[in-house]
Each structure stands twice: as structure tokens, then as C-alpha cells.
Ligand binder design. Structure first.
Ligand SMILES: Cc1cc2nc3c(=O)[nH]c(=O)nc-3n(C[C@H](O)[C@H](O)[C@H](O)COP(=O)(O)OP(=O)(O)OC[C@H]3O[C@@H](n4cnc5c(N)ncnc54)[C@H](O)[C@@H]3O)c2cc1C
Length: 531
């Protein structure tokens, strides 16, 4: 028989969206428990290899219909596996209207309003601005190609301790050197120092009204086997005065969908309006001779480039197409990025009669792998992702260690396709000029899209019909139930989203503390940035 426990605040998920409120609530005097579905690994566990059972323990590949999404599954969430590019969203993003035709962000939220919260996160992580000397070879190559094509390019700001970084390029596996400033190094240890308790391998399944007077919600969970996350090894329930739901944009809406009958319904926008941040990946197959002759680059004597696998995954990016004066769905950033070994299989040999993963052309292309350069475009998509009915447990059907099948369906609209076409054309204009490179799509692009930036599946806004959360991040009609992860972000951002997710989570904290105090907890807001 399971025992029902009680706490002031229950946080579900331990990524940016969970760790930040957990810290502020715990530092403010509340009793905090964090349920995290994945395991708790630290730097020594993060190995530099492709063995199943190491990085696959913490990275989930989630297959939907028309979209594949990559996400973290561990204490620290996707911050443990991410590439740490840390950017503020451009001002125009907050005025986006999409195909709905009305402002999608709450009227109180502008870039200026979010700037103080961005400041806090940048201080806490902290974020460092790379110099050109710290940008790896692919970033330099991309910048040189941009300059030659009359474009600008800048080093990307990153949440990395640049003095500690060895440029090993294994960021997807978790940082073995504690150089990447994930939640494992700032907000989570600061939260536990104030008494917060993290429970790994605990997957929340439902949220229901509490049965104990004075408590608002009851969260039921399953304990998972450390060797096979498909196997439940225990169950339990915790009642809390406040619940902070931060299971990520792939899981938060599913948990709410399953809980809807217990909660007497949830807003209709839950599980709708998902955005993949307009992510679009291409791979440029670079001509080494042209790198030497056109760009005048030499990485080592006699070797112009061959530097694809060397360095941090993200070095530089171009902001030229982020002009607020241009029409919605034509604005995007282009970012040099690296995806390690196994995912590079996804490059597509487009000069074969049919799209092919195999064959001579593909082999030839693979042989030139050190000469590749991949580019991520982050465009304005149309929030067209929709989740189907929830599976019996979890947020998707786990078919193998890190492979999950989701009910998420993503059918790009003409607007989204227009943005991708514009981004593809720009990548070609920069990289194919005078035969410098040949730009190829990822295989995934043929079948749909791939995203590492899931957003907006339980978004905030002013319109109750199209946004599940109010402007404080509280689920409409459910006092004391807050959502603070990527699902709360209303639209794609044209840049990587983690800093915006984190800034919104910081911004939500005063309201969460206030609500918790109203429920009878002696909690105060005002803790400094964690150290
Ligand atoms: C490979 C990769 C590279 C990236 N690179 C960048 C980058 O360079 N810059 C950038 O800005 N962004 C990057 N991102 C995206 C960024 O990491 C995410 O947008 C961000 O971390 C999401 O934060 P979150 O709090 O919304 O969710 P997450 O960090 O995903 O946290 C959700 C947590 O909830 C847990 N969970 C899920 N369901 C349950 C449940 N039922 N019960 C308990 N726990 C649950 C999950 O295991 C997870 O730990 C990258 C992502 C990936 C995967």
C-alpha cells in the first residue's frame, strides 16, 4: 500500500523550468520536493562514447507524427545535454501574431519587461561571450563564408565556463568537465542547500485535488527501474499546497490531459499550439580546396579545414535576417552547430535519384565527414503541433532505453514552410557561393522536421481560448498550479530558447511564492542569484 506524503511545494521536472522555482521557493522558506523522471548523474558519469547505456540514459529521442524531438531525461533536464547557446529573444518575437492574428504573448510581456529576468539568469548560470579566439573551427569557417557573402556573423554567447572547457565536443553526453553551466551546477545545488529534496526516477502520472484540508493538489507518481525506465518499481502520492509543473513541452501537456477528468477539466489550449521553434537543420559538404582558395583558411599545414568534429558544438551565428521591419514568417537566425557521430547519419545524399540513406553517394559523403559544416535555422513556425489522447502512463510510449513514441502530430503550415524555404535559401546563398560547399537537407526534413527546442504546448497569453496559462504562468481555473517550462513560451523565438524559458521561470517566481503564502506557507521571495 502506498503512503501519501505532504509538502508545501511539489515541483515536477528538474530542468530550467523546475530548478529555478525550486530554488526560489526553498530559499524563501518553503518545503520543496522535486520529482524527476530521469536518473541523477554527475560529471564522472558523463562518458565520451556512443555506448548505449551512457548517453542514451539521459537523452530521449521522441518520435511524433511529422516531427522528431530530442530532449533530456535526467536530473537537470535538457540543460545537462544542451549546447548552452544562451540568447535573449529579439523584441519583435513578443509582438508575434501568428496565423491567429492577435498578439500571442501576454500584453504585459515585452522584451523590455523580460530583460531584468534575463539579467538574473545570465548572472546565475553564468553566460559568457566567446571571443573569436574561443570560437571553434566550424564557427570560424561559417563566419568567413558569411563575410564573403556580404553577411555578418557573431560568436555565440554560451553558458560555458570557457576557462574549464576543453572543446571536446561531447556536450550531448553531459559535460565531463563541469564546464557547461547546467542546472546541476547552480540552481539545483542551491535549492538542495536550502532543504529541497530531489527524487530521481520518479515519474508524475496524475494531478488531482488534494484530500487533506489546506492542501490543494495530490500528485501520483511511479518509481522507475534505474536500468529500464519502462519498468515501474513502486508507486506513491504527494499532496502539496502549490504544484509547479515543469516536465518539459513534451510531457507537461500530456500529464494535464491525463489529469483533466480528475481536475474537473483543463483549458482547451492544453496540448495544442506546440512549436518546434521553427528548427531546420542542413549540412554543408565543404570543398577543402575552395576553403583554401576562396577563404584563405588553413587549420594546420596543408589542411584547410577538416575541423567539423573539433570544438564546442555552437560557435557562431548570423542575425542578419532578424529584421523587425520584415514580415512575420520570413525572420530567422542561422547558427553553426555540430551534432555528434550517430546523428550525422541523417545527412541526405540529394544527388541520388531518390532520397537515400544508403548507396555509393551516401558513402562518399560520409567519407568527407570532417569537411562538413551543419547549420541550424531557427525560424517562425505557426504553432501547429497537436497532441493526441495521452498514453496510459508517462508522456509517450517508451519502446527502448531512449526511444519514445509520442502522440504529437506536426503538420507544417504554408507559413512555416515559407520560413524554412527562406532559411534554406539563405544557407545556400552563404555557403554555396562560388562552389564553396554543397548544402544538403537532413533526412528528417523529408519526413517532417526535427527539433531540440520544444515549446508552447501549454502556453501563456491573454486569450483564454488559445492560451492555457495566464500571464503569471498559472493554469487557468486551477489556483496554485503553475507551469514554468518550455511549454509556457507562447511562440517560436528565432533563437535558442533556454534563456527565455529560464527568464520566464524567474519572472513567475514572485507570483508562485505569493500564491504559496496565500495557501498558508511562511514563504518569502527575494533570494539572490545562486552561486
Ligand atoms: C541536444 C540539445 C541541444 C540543445 N542546445 C540548446 C542550446 O544550445 N541553447 C538553448 O537555448 N537551448 C538548447 N536546447 C534546448 C534546451 O535545452 C531546452 O529548451 C530547455 O532545456 C528546456 O527546459 P524545460 O525546463 O522546458 O524542460 P527540460 O529541461 O526538458 O526539463 C523537463 C524535465 O522533466 C522531466 N520529466 C518529464 N516528465 C516527467 C514526469 N512525468 N515526472 C517527473 N519528471 C518528468 C524530464 O526528464 C526533464 O528532466 C537543446 C536541447 C537539446 C536536447
Amino acid at each position: 500500500m502506498s503512503v501519501t506524503e505532504r509538502t508545501d511545494v511539489l515541483v515536477i521536472g528538474s530542468g530550467f523550468g523546475g530548478a529555478i522555482p525550486a530554488y526560489h521557493l526553498a530559499a524563501g522558506g518553503a518545503e520543496v520536493v522535486i520529482l524527476e523522471r530521469g536518473p541523477h548523474l554527475t560529471a564522472p558519469d558523463f562518458t565520451h562514447d556512443l555506448r548505449l547505456g551512457s548517453y542514451t540514459r539521459i537523452v530521449d529521442l521522441v518520435q511524433g507524427d511529422g516531427i522528431t524531438v530530442v530532449a533530456g531525461n535526467c536530473v537537470g533536464g535538457s540543460s545537462v545535454v544542451y549546447f548552452a547557446a544562451s540568447l535573449r529573444a529579439p523584441s519583435f518575437v513578443f509582438d508575434r501574431r501568428g496565423s491567429l492574428g492577435h498578439r500571442l504573448w501576454p500584453s504585459t510581456l515585452t522584451r523590455a519587461a523580460l530583460d531584468p529576468w534575463y539579467d538574473r539568469v545570465e548572472e546565475a548560470l553564468p553566460v559568457a561571450q566567446q571571443s573569436w579566439d574561443q570560437v571553434p573551427y566550424p564557427g570560424g569557417l561559417f563566419a568567413a563564408a558569411c563575410a564573403r557573402a556580404g553577411r555578418t556573423c557573431n560568436p555565440a554567447p554560451v553558458a560555458v565556463d570557457l576557462a574549464r572547457c576543453t572543446n571536446c565536443n561531447w556536450m550531448l553526453n553531459g559535460c565531463h568537465f563541469d564546464a557547461k553551466r547546467s542546472m546541476l551546477l547552480n540552481y539545483l545545488p542551491a535549492a538542495t542547500a536550502h532543504g529541497a529534496e530531489i527524487r530521481p526516477l520518479h515519474e508524475a502520472q496524475t494531478i488531482a485535488p488534494a484530500t487533506t484540508p489546506g492542501y490543494r493538489y495530490r500528485v501520483s507518481y511511479t518509481q522507475l527501474d534505474a536500468g529500464d525506465y519502462r519498468l515501474p518499481v513502486g508507486v506513491g502520492a504527494i499532496e502539496a499546497k502549490t504544484v509547479v509543473l515543469a516536465a518539459g513541452a513534451l510531457a507537461t501537456p500530456v500529464l494535464l490531459q491525463r489529469s483533466a477528468p480528475l481536475l474537473g477539466g483543463v483549458p482547451q489550449a492544453v496540448g495544442r499550439y506546440f512549436s518546434g521553434n521553427g528548427d531546420r537543420v542542413s549540412i554543408a559538404d565543404v570543398d577543402e580546396g575552395k576553403v583554401r582558395d576562396l577563404l584563405g583558411l588553413e587549420r594546420a599545414p596543408g589542411i584547410p579545414y577538416q575541423g567539423f568534429p573539433i570544438g564546442k558544438p555552437i560557435g557562431s551565428m548570423s542575425y542578419d535576417r532578424l529584421d523587425p521591419a520584415t514580415a512575420e514568417f520570413t525572420r530567422f537566425s542561422l547558427q553553426q552547430i555540430y551534432f555528434p557521430g550517430i546523428t550525422d547519419l541523417l545527412a541526405q545524399a540529394t544527388d541520388t535519384p531518390a532520397t537515400s540513406w544508403f548507396g555509393v553517394r551516401k558513402k562518399e559523403m560520409r567519407a568527407r565527414w570532417p569537411s562538413w559544416l551543419s547549420v541550424l535555422a531557427m525560424t517562425e513556425d505557426d504553432n501547429e503541433g497537436v497532441f493526441g489522447p495521452p498514453p496510459p502512463t508517462g508522456s509517450s510510449t517508451r519502446v527502448a532505453t531512449s526511444l519514445c513514441l509520442s502522440t504529437l502530430s506536426y503538420r507544417p503550415t504554408a507559413n512555416t514552410l515559407r520560413g524554412w524555404a527562406a532559411a534554406d535559401a539563405e544557407a545556400r546563398a552563404v555557403l554555396e557561393r562560388d562552389g564553396l560547399a554543397r548544402v544538403r537537407p537532413w533526412s528528417e526534413n523529408a519526413a517532417g522536421s526535427v527539433s531540440a527546442h520544444p515549446l508552447a504546448s501549454c502556453r501563456m497569453g491573454d486569450d483564454p481560448a488559445t492560451s492555457a496559462l495566464d500571464e503569471r504562468g498559472e493554469l487557468r481555473g486551477h489556483p496554485g498550479l503553475f507551469v514554468t517550462d518550455g511549454s509556457a513560451v507562447p511562440t517560436s523565438l528565432c533563437v535558442n530558447p533556454s534563456l527565455t524559458i529560464a527568464a520566464l521561470a524567474e519572472r513567475a517566481c514572485p507570483g508562485i511564492v505569493e500564491s504559496t503564502a496565500e495557501a498558508g506557507v511562511r514563504a518569502r521571495y527575494g533570494a539572490p542569484a545562486p552561486r
